[in-house]
Ligand binder design. Sequence first.
Ligand SMILES: [Ca+2]
Ligand SMILES: [Ca+2]
Ligand SMILES: [Ca+2]
Length: 302
Amino acid sequence: MKNSLIPLLAVAMMLLVGCQGGSDLTQPTAQDEQRAGFSPLQEAAVGDFVWDDVNMDGIQDTSETGIADVVVNLYTCDDTMVATATTDQDGYYMFDSLDAGDYYLEFELPDGYVFTLMDQGSDDELDSDVDPDSGTTDCFTLTEDQSNMTLDAGMYMDEGCTWGKGFWKNHTGLGPQPDLVTDLLPLWLGDEDDSLSMEVTTAQMAYDILQQHEYGHPSNGITRLYAHLLAAKLNIANGADDEDIAQTITDADAFLGDHDWESWDDLGQDDRQMVNGWKDMLEDYNEGEIGPGSCDEYHMMY
Ligand SMILES: [Ca+2]
Ligand SMILES: [Ca+2]
Ligand SMILES: [Ca+2]
């Protein structure tokens, strides 16, 4: 870049930064500027939509809505940042009053979101144009006076997925499969530091709990609860959304603070039913019946 261009570019960038935001009614429109006797030379524009791709198919479905307050950055294709915009309450953004030229866009993911699939379907009005790995679009060319409103970004809340307890047992590093458990430890069964709570500190201990023969046996309800509670906590530590079973875990942890597997034989019918109910909920979660869904299906889809 020649030094003499820098002041001009700085002025151009200040003008551009002042003109962002499709919904900001306080900004002058091109018509306003023409009425005021100012005839803008730069008329190209790009937009316009960031949406929540709930069904993760990369297509803007009519039931899917925009996402507000997403930061969008505009660059020239030689990586000079031109301007920044933020999506409005309906998910729209626009950069206008642009020079003809080659540009790309960068979209910043809100917390918990990931980008959806790029360039799905045959209608560029209804797809997502962001590479999920880079968060940017391809370079595109704007000619003088061109308005391109097809540059959209789909994203969805990444809720993770869950594996059943058999998967976790097979991934303690004690068999041929890799150890995926150790990095997720320690985990507590029962509220931390309560008298009968167990702290699971090693992959071997996790294996013994999931295998259900070291801490009681498979006909013992608390032994079964241990296994499914540990699998659920491994899933959550691995990134799975816990909304559907957070209360179950809170209740089970409180109970396991003063009941261990040796307490099972002395439990009354109501307590046993309660323990079995928690175990069933946690098993449903781990198997993908509730919660974010099974990783088996997730990996088959992608
Ligand atoms: Ca969709
Ligand atoms: Ca596209
Ligand atoms: Ca598009």
